[in-house]
Write a protein that binds this ligand. Structure first.
Ligand code: A2P
Length: 336
């Protein structure tokens, strides 16, 4: 598949009215991506609605089989079922697809790309490039630079995931449950199996036969592909927390070579797309409220792991709608 040669591009966003779709429009604008024409696609429910585009308002169109005529680049963020059906159609129509769903992430024909780590993998795309899972992306921003310096073996991790990762309905559900609690009304869970306000749910995505959830295993499966590290192992517990925006992950990582806190800080301070926020004496560490709406992820609470040899414990936060989704997708488009 040849790289683009145009100076500006005809772009489609599938799922434009969703949590990630709105961010995609904003990131294209902020980064002055050369957009010649923007097509915003969503369900019939949203057709006709006007949304602010990078330069002028754009009317949302219903996603249809012929929506990709005259499109150079299509961003998909409307869930797996839509990607499964419409990505092949977009590709046949000649568009290059950057897909945010998990449908193509483990397909050996599809590069799975985090530009700071394996940006060169875009070179072998055949029309589709997959955007990584949001929790995996935020974690790898800190883990991969450490891997390059000390040789990563495995991690144990727990995530603290914001509701916006589930989408616009989950944001509304948390707001509604917080309001209900302040009136003394019962929370009515719809998106999640239990109330999310004033609660934490040790379930993100559905369970596999071995007891892990699908989301938990993405760290190992996608981490191996992105870092080109087939032996990497990850035991993860993913937890949904009543936070609107930005995921956090507590990580204990084991390395092949000895590691020190100073050496780790030095590596992390230089890592692209990452800010070091690590002054425990002043209570400076990453937090979702601080990481939200920022392009860079943040790392802190760096200490030697007292339960393993060559181990480092740290805490990373990142805006999963940006680095975990829209920003990463636009960075991939920029690489093209
Ligand atoms: P719509 O707003 O019209 O329902 P989120 O991840 O925030 O839940 O957003 C999901 C996105 O996927 C929205 O833009 C939503 O559009 C879109 N979407 C959902 N179902 C369809 C569908 N059947 N066809 C096209 N877009 C869809």
């Amino acid at each position: 598949m040849p790289l683009f040669v145009r100076k500006s591009y005809r772009i489609a966003i599938v799922g434009a009215t969703g949590a990630v779709g709105a961010e995609l429009i904003d990131v294209l604008r902020r980064r002055a991506f050369p957009v010649k024409h923007l097509r915003l696609l969503a369900s019939a429910r949203s057709a006709g609605r006007s949304m602010p585009g990078p330069t002028e308002n754009v009317q949302v169109e219903e996603l249809k089989e012929d929506s990709f005529r005259d499109v150079d680049l299509a961003f998909f963020s409307a869930g797996g079922d839509i990607s499964r059906k419409f990505v092949p159609l977009a590709r046949e129509a000649g568009a290059v697809v950057i897909d945010n769903s998990s449908v193509f992430r483990m397909d050996p024909e599809v590069p799975l790309v985090l530009p700071e780590i394996n940006g060169t993998d875009v070179a072998w795309h055949r029309g589709v490039i997959a955007n990584p899972n949001c929790t995996t992306a935020v974690t790898l921003m800190a883990l991969h630079p450490l891997h390059l310096a000390f040789g990563l073996r495995r991690i144990f991790a727990s995530s603290y995931q914001a509701v916006s990762g589930t989408g616009a309905r989950a944001i509304a559900e948390l707001k509604q449950q917080v309001a209900a609690a302040s009136n003394g009304s019962p929370a009515v869970p719809e998106v999640y199996p239990h109330p999310i306000a004033f609660n934490v749910l040790p379930q993100v995505d559905s369970f596999l036969p071995d007891g892990y959830t699908k989301e938990e295993m993405k760290m190992q499966h996608e981490g191996r592909r992105i870092m080109h590290l087939p032996e990497f192992r990850a035991s993860v517990t993913c937890v949904r927390v009543p936070v609107f925006r930005a995921h956090s992950v507590a990580v204990s990582a084991e390395f092949e070579r000895p590691i020190s806190v100073d050496a780790a800080r030095e590596v992390l301070a230089k890592a692209p797309g990452l800010d070091l926020c690590d002054e425990p004496g002043r209570s400076v560490y990453p937090m979702p409220l601080q990481a939200a709406h920022k392009d860079n992820c943040q790392v802190g609470r760096i200490r030697l792991d007292c339960a393993m040899e060559n181990g480092l414990a740290f805490w990373v936060s990142g805006d999963q709608l940006l680095k975990g989704a829209a920003l990463n997708a636009v960075q991939i488009a920029e690489l093209l």
